[in-house]
Design a protein around this ligand. Sequence first.
Ligand code: FUB
Length: 325
Amino acid sequence: MAANDLAPLITHLYTADPSAHSFNGKLYVYPSHDRETEIEDNDNGDQYDMNDYHVFSMEEMGGPVTDHGVALKAEDIPWVSKQLWAPDAAEKDGKFYLYFPARDKDGVFRIGVASSDKPEGPFTPEPEPIKGSYSIDPASFVDTDGQAYLYFGGIWGGQLQCWRSGKYDASAYTSMENSGDEDAIQPRVAKLTNDMKEFDGPIRNLAILDEHGQPLKAHDHDRRFFEAAWMHKYNGKYYFSYSTGDTHFLCYAIGDHPLGPFTYAGRILEPVVGWTTHHSIAEFKGKWYLFHHDASLSKGVNHLRCVKVREIFYDKDGKITLTPQ
Ligand code: FUB
């Protein structure tokens, strides 16, 4: 079935950027909560003007979806000015952590963390963003050895192009990104401390290599990273997946270590209705699922999206497919 034909998982709210996790035997979804706005569409993404998060859960795939209500809202986060974008959640030692990007009072995207004793929240935010954090779309990953990582970054409105030097350069925004034969801007990754609230060590660039072992180039818009980082592990391999943004693909790359390098492995999903595409991949009760969004519920309004889910499969070489093998 084509992605656009799937039924939305949630219809009483507009939801997007679904991060799915299996916690305590249930499937939890942590999406953005889209809302109506008069702001016109632009490349900066100003129309994505969200101000709270709801958490959803399911006992069974295909069963009823419970909306646990508002888990965190902008007015309760002291450093945030606006735009609560794509979140993710992690569990460590029985505590739950919600990672979220938002603009600070200077209009710069930072990443915050909030914690709770329950997967559905409510979450209590730290008073400051994670020290040294920037850009958008945090995706947390706790490896089987207990080490946690945070992947992040997004170009254009996500401001990653402003951080090439390691310091924020607002003037770099105007160029959006490099576009020639130079290396593409790479996503970022940092280890998390044991308490899950700080970066442990440096922020690193995550290398996505082509079939010749060379970094993807800036002009390679069909394959280069744009936003929507996600990490999962399958059969001992690390799968880094992401959106190509202006070419609207969900792609992935495979590596042997959470810090990379990763080799481009193909597309997971073709373009959907609406400009953005964003996803997560989670195992639940022995099956693998792709959660993603499109704008079909609003009949194509880019900033009013809906979450969808479909089962995915792996072929004998570990490649992701949408058809049973
Ligand atoms: O939802 C706002 C932004 O749109 C997300 O942060 C991006 O990944 C894109 O889906």
